[in-house]
Design a protein around this ligand. Structure first.
Ligand code: FAD
Length: 399
């Protein structure tokens, strides 16, 4: 008899885990608990097509309800898990119910970072992580003329592209000295900075938000420089933090992310964690990584499923350690950016192609080895680079 598997969270990673467990022959109960009232859905369109076209939320679902019924995967939706007890093998929901598990998988994702500035709680201030955020944001955007976006990362810039295309006045406040600094190198940042400015977005670099003001709702923002900007709507897109509170309270080792090993095991027996909420060791990159990407959610969930199935003696042989070449994409206007690898620690940069023609790639090397490639409107370069980076960074992966 297979054991009961409880998954906390029902996002991209949880969905993949459930699918891989069933594909691998797990016949026992699979039950996913989620604080959101929706079946597993894809988040990337929230800041892109879904925001622009605003369709039925069902259009985002990764699989229809019939699929999950056929797979006998159970969902408890709209109810957060309030506590986990690894010793008792028990999860307590905030409505008081208790669920016993044989194996627990934390797949709780991330939350939008809340900036500690006065006025952040005013109506008219939004963040963007969930379907319900778009449900609140979209009508407010329709009434807004001047939109201030706090954060020049990929979500902030994607929303800027959508909103600017609608003809609204858009200002992006970025505290760093360039946009997309956390995910890419200077050449790619410069390209997107220029592209947005050419489309009429007012990008302010080194701009730190100090307050949001308004009587009944946000009507202006203040910068550390002393400047005030009028705003009908403020979107805060200033990064995310791992939802590791349950794990912290349960005494599991965490560090802005549940610490897991290369097989997705946490510090507690029978407790695994997958996706955005984890920080895992990468021999390829020589440090622990916390990634926020669909690739990571899917591939780490597959790896975790292999480990769990191997414990059930369903997948003979050694589980495959997870040590990926990360990849990621972002859509802004008519531009598709695809990033493979991680740029941190690069020593040389080569630009191939013509940024002025909006089709080029940027190669990053360290010690002569290719560690990352940004491909702009060049899917072929992206696909090739994933293989090349995997080969050139593999030596450290098998020490
Ligand atoms: P999530 O999909 O976030 O799912 C976690 C779920 O767990 C959530 O529903 C959460 O509410 C729930 N949860 C948390 N705590 C509890 C609790 N205590 N009890 C019950 N449920 C709980 N990635 C890309 O690769 N490309 C992109 O272009 C891209 N664009 C994005 C755009 C936006 C606007 C956002 C928000 C993300 C984007 N991402 C993109 C990132 C990608 O969506 C995430 O990396 C991916 O969803 C992570 O999957 P996950 O299952 O780990 O977490």
């Amino acid at each position: 008899m297979s054991e009961s598997i409880v998954i906390v969270g029902a996002g991209q990673a949880a969905a993949q885990l459930a699918i891989s467990l069933r594909q691998g022959g797990h016949a026992g109960i699979i039950r996913a608990i989620c604080d959101e009232p929706y079946l597993p859905y894809q988040r990337p369109p929230l800041s892109k097509k879904f925001l622009a076209e605003y369709r039925d939320p069902d259009s985002l679902f990764l699989r229809p309800a019939t699929f999950w019924n056929d797979q006998n995967v159970e969902f408890e939706l709209g109810v957060p898990a309030g506590a986990v007890d690894p010793r008792q093998h028990r999860v307590t929901l905030t409505d008081g119910r208790e669920l016993d598990y044989g194996t627990l998988v934390l797949a709780t994702g991330t939350s939008a970072r809340v900036l500690p500035v006065p006025g952040i709680e005013l109506p008219g201030v939004f963040s963007l992580r969930r379907i319900d955020d778009v449900v609140a944001l979209r009508p407010a955007l329709n009434d807004a003329h001047r939109v201030v976006i706090v954060g020049g990362g990929y979500i902030g810039l994607e929303v800027a592209a959508v909103v600017r295309t609608e003809g609204r006045i858009v200002t992006v406040l970025e505290a760093e000295d360039r946009v997309l600094k956390r995910v890419t190198g200077p050449a790619t940042s410069a390209f997107f900075d220029r592209y947005h400015r050419e489309h009429g977005v007012d990008i302010r670099l080194g701009a730190r938000l100090t307050a949001i003001e308004g009587d009944t709702r946000a009507s202006s923002v203040w910068l550390a420089s002393g400047e005030m900007l009028p705003a009908d709507l403020v979107l805060v897109a200033a990064g995310a933090r791992a939802n590791d509170d349950l794990a912290v309270a349960a005494g599991l080792p965490c560090q802005d992310g549940v610490l897991v090993d290369e097989l997705a095991r946490t510090g507690a027996p029978d407790v695994f964690a997958v996706g955005d909420c984890t920080r895992f060791p990468s021999r390829r990159y020589g440090r622990r990584l916390r990634l926020e990407s669909v690739q990571n959610a899917i591939d780490q969930a597959k790896a975790a499923a292999t480990t769990i199935l191997a414990r059930e003696a369903r997948a003979p042989g050694k589980p495959q350690p997870y040590d990926p070449v990360p990849w990621f994409w972002s859509d802004q206007y008519d531009i598709k950016l695809q990033i493979a690898g991680l740029t941190d620690g690069y020593e040389t940069i080569d630009t191939i192609g013509d940024p002025a023609a909006a089709r080029f790639s940027v190669e990053y090397r360290s010690g002569g080895r290719l560690i990352a490639v940004d491909a702009v409107n060049d899917a072929r370069a992206h696909m090739l680079s994933r293989r090349r980076i995997a080969e050139e960074t593999a030596t450290e992966a098998v020490s």
